[in-house]
Design a protein around this ligand. Structure first.
Ligand SMILES: Cc1ncc(COP(=O)(O)O)c(C=O)c1O
Ligand SMILES: Nc1c(O)cccc1C(=O)C[C@H](N)C(=O)O
Length: 412
């Protein structure tokens, strides 16, 4: 059986048009399936960061704000991310964490919403930070917070809906939500749609402009490989920019920041989403990391991502002992992000399984209590990696679940 899958993997790797991109990354001989948490390091980034440190900071010092383009980096890098998420230039600004951008987006969207609308709907299955911040934003703005599963949004929106905050891909299950359909549903009810793209940007086409999304946020350290803690981004659709009223109107979002005017006057365009001094070292590492995307269509990345996750699901089905893990990531392509999550039927084995996998060179992660997560970054994961990961997983599951079964029998 493994010869058949290995031979298929080899053929798929040979036909893979993106295969050469792997050389652009620093990787070892293991299988890295955690790029949905922290993307791998593009090889050329350390030299660029060294240059920023020694030349731009070390020699040019304060002059670099102008001469090295530091001051305008948030908008410039936003424009590099824009095509990856289907946005025209001038609508994305980079900076702060995703959490901070969720705050800006939800409060600003509630201020953009029509008078009398007093509900903020939030994805009940969300990554926790979005829920925490939406709750605080609702309390501050006097809205009622309504947690709702994305599939139930059509029945939950109505004349009271001001804002709906949703995740494009669920961090736990890898489920891809229907961004075009749900955005249209929210608009039909008269509300604004805010999307968190952390788990979709760089993995699949998003189509922010095409689908009329109002505001969006996302991180850059997953599929965009910007590095640990690299700055997040905020998208404000052009039609909303003039009325965008930031709840964090820091001085760098002022129309004339160096006037040091005591009165606030917002800048035009995406600059209005800025807050304070940009974190230049992280930001310029991100900018360099984005070079790996030159000439790479997101559509090709999506096609490979689906082929990788299809193949992984098939290999796991063949290699894993019966009934020990159950995929919770949908089979349907239209509902699948770039990750596969497997639920351990016996939650107790989740941690030992992931520990054993990592010890054998297959790096995924887990979400308690019972989910094993495997992220597939098409820029550097190949089909042989997939076959190996599934084969090692099968071995580990047999060993660990066998031991767990012995333990249960031993207690009887
Ligand atoms: C969907 C989602 N939103 C937000 C975050 C967190 O954002 P940050 O730590 O950048 O504030 C994450 C992951 O960390 C995430 O997966
Ligand atoms: N942002 C992270 C971090 O600083 C440390 C560890 C993990 C993360 C993550 O990104 C978690 C991730 N968003 C998730 O999907 O669970």
């Amino acid at each position: 059986m493994s010869e058949t899958f290995a031979a298929r993997a080899a053929a798929l790797d040979t036909a893979d048009e993106l295969a050469d991109l792997r050389k652009l990354f620093t990787l070892d001989d293991g299988v890295y399936l955690d790029g949905n948490s922290l993307g791998a390091l593009p090889r050329h980034v350390p030299a660029r960061v060294q240059e920023v440190l020694t030349r731009e900071w070390g020699e040019l010092r304060i002059r670099s704000w102008d001469e090295s383009g530091w001051w305008t980096a948030p908008e410039r890098i936003g424009d590099r991310i824009a095509p990856l998420v289907g946005a025209a230039a001038g609508q994305i600004v980079v900076g702060d964490s995703t959490s901070v951008n969720v705050f800006k987006a939800v409060v600003a969207a509630s201020r953009l919403a029509s008078e009398g609308r007093d509900e903020i709907l939030v994805d009940a299955t969300t990554f926790p930070t979005d829920g925490y911040i939406a709750e605080s934003a609702a309390r501050m703005t006097g809205h009622r917070l309504v947690p709702v599963a994305p599939g139930d949004v059509p029945g939950a929106v109505g004349p009271r809906t001001a804002v709906v905050l949703l995740n494009h891909v669920d961090f736990r299950t890898g489920r891809l939500h229907d961004l075009p359909g749900l955005t249209a549903t929210v608009h039909a009810a008269g509300g604004l749609a805010v999307w968190d793209l952390c788990h979709s940007a760089g993995a699949l086409p998003v189509g922010l402009d095409a689908h009329g999304v109002d505001l969006a946020v996302g991180c850059t350290y997953k599929y965009l490989n910007g590095g640990p803690g690299s700055p997040a981004y905020l998208y404000v659709a052009e039609r909303h920019q003039a009325a965008f009223d930031s709840p964090l109107p820091g001085w760098t979002s002022h129309a004339d920041p160096f006037a040091m005017d005591p009165g606030y006057a917002p800048a035009a365009g995406s600059v209005r989403g800025r807050v304070g001094t940009p974190d230049i070292l992280s930001m310029l590492a991100l900018e360099a990391a984005l070079d790996v995307w030159d000439g790479v269509p997101v559509e090709a990345v999506r096609a490979k991502s689906l082929a990788l996750t299809d193949f992984f699901l098939e290999c796991v089905g063949a290699y894993a002992p019966e009934g020990v893990v159950v995929p919770v990531t949908p089979q349907a392509h239209a509902e699948r992000g770039s990750q596969v999550s497997l639920r351990c039927v016996d939650a107790e084995i989740t941690e030992p399984v992931m520990r054993a996998l990592i010890a054998r060179g297959v790096v995924g992660d887990l979400r308690r209590p019972d989910v094993l997560r495997f992220g597939f970054t098409p820029l550097y994961v190949g089909f042989a990696d997939v076959e190996r990961a599934a084969r090692v997983l099968g071995e580990v599951l047999s060993e660990v679940s066998g031991r767990a079964l012995d333990g249960v029998l031993g207690e009887v």
